[in-house]
Design a protein. Structure first.
Length: 357
């Protein structure tokens, strides 16, 4: 049986070397796995960085496209403002009818600009600024629309004052829109700086309501501007120097003084007499005179003078209705509405303080 023991010994000798040489062959395999894992991690990092870079580039392009499109809209809005106010300031050969047609066309342009602002692809970071922009362009559209609706009456002889007051109110829409645009522009520029983005095209520092602002907000100054348009409904444009003046106002025979309180007696009904003088070179026709009596309640009325020769004075009689309250200090504003072509209207309006006894 000794040979069996020898076989077992041989078998044990054969197994021994395979165990000794197995461990060294596993070490290169483990190293290859670690290297593959490292490469995989590196690839993942590169992919993440690539995706992040693409997202950053896409975000930057989004900001740049937004600013470029908005700058283009702003430039067109500036052109609209220039043309709109130039027509009001210097209508040239435009008549009342043609001026209204031009202003109505401007309303359509303003609506188009609003639609384009609403359609901007806005980055999330600029959502608040975009909201103010949309409101600004809504105000501009509504302001031009309001002027278009009132321009006929403002250029007529009857009801011109109320219509001009309405237009002056709509002019404030443009002023508010400029404030909103300025706020939005500042927010957009701050966000671009925060994102470290320098767009190829920057937003202009633009306003819609031109200087002098007071000229457009004050009804009397505005009436002077609008008087440059030849009204087709009467009161044609004069030749040479054009100008009217309010000389005197009286109620029931009592002459009013602008710088002091005037008591009016006699009881109603009351009649307001306004003397207007033609200080121009040609006849003034269909001259409108208006008043507003303000206190706890407000009343207003108007009258007209058919013709005033150059240098002559004529009077308009206006009934004060309803009868004003007694014992209360009231403010009476009287205006001789400027005629077409009248450039200076400082002496067309007077304000009085009155008490009816």
């Amino acid at each position: 049986m000794a040979f069996l023991d020898d076989d077992d010994a041989l078998e044990q000798d054969d197994v021994g070397p395979s165990r000794r040489y197995g461990a060294p062959r596993q070490r290169p395999f483990l190293a290859r796995r670690l290297m593959a894992l490292a490469i995989g991690v590196l690839v993942i990092i590169l992919v993440v960085l690539g995706i992040r870079g693409c997202l950053d580039a896409r975000k930057e392009r989004g900001f740049e496209n937004y600013v470029r499109d908005l700058a283009s809209i702003t430039t067109e809005a500036q052109q609209l403002s220039s043309e709109f106010f130039q027509r009001l300031q210097d209508p040239g050969d435009l008549t009342e009818l043609s001026l209204k047609a031009e202003v109505s066309a401007d309303r359509g342009t303003a609506q188009n600009l609003l639609d384009r602002v609403n359609g901007l692809d806005t980055p999330d970071e600029l959502a608040a600024a975009q909201g103010e922009l949309e409101l600004a362009y809504e105000l501009r559209r509504d302001g031009i629309g309001g002027v278009a609706d009132q321009i006929d009456t403002a250029l007529a002889r009857q009801g011109a004052r109320d219509a001009t007051d309405q237009i002056a109110t709509f002019m404030r829409y443009f002023l508010a829109s400029d404030v909103l645009y300025g706020r939005s522009r500042s927010a957009i520029n701050n966000q671009l700086k925060e994102q470290d983005i320098v767009p190829d095209e920057k937003l202009p520092n633009a306003t819609f309501l031109p200087d002098p602002i007071e000229q457009w907000l004050d009804p009397t100054s505005l009436a002077t501007v609008l008087s440059g348009v030849a009204a087709s409904g009467g009161g044609g444009e004069c030749e040479g120097v054009c100008g009217l003046a309010l000389l005197e106002t009286s109620i029931g025979g009592t002459t009013l003084t602008a710088d002091s309180l005037t008591s009016i007696g006699g009881g109603g009904p009351y009649e307001l007499e306004v003397q207007a003088q033609n200080q121009g070179d040609s006849d003034a026709t269909d001259v409108t005179v208006e008043y507003t009596l303000s206190g706890a309640e407000t009343s207003e009325g108007s009258g007209s003078i058919s013709r005033i020769r150059p240098g002559a004075t004529q009077s308009a009689q206006l009934n004060v209705q309803p009868d004003p309250p007694s014992g209360e200090e009231l403010t009476l504003e009287v205006t001789v509405v400027p005629i077409p072509g009248e450039e200076i209207a400082d002496n067309n309006t007077a304000t009085y303080t009155v008490v009816f006894e």
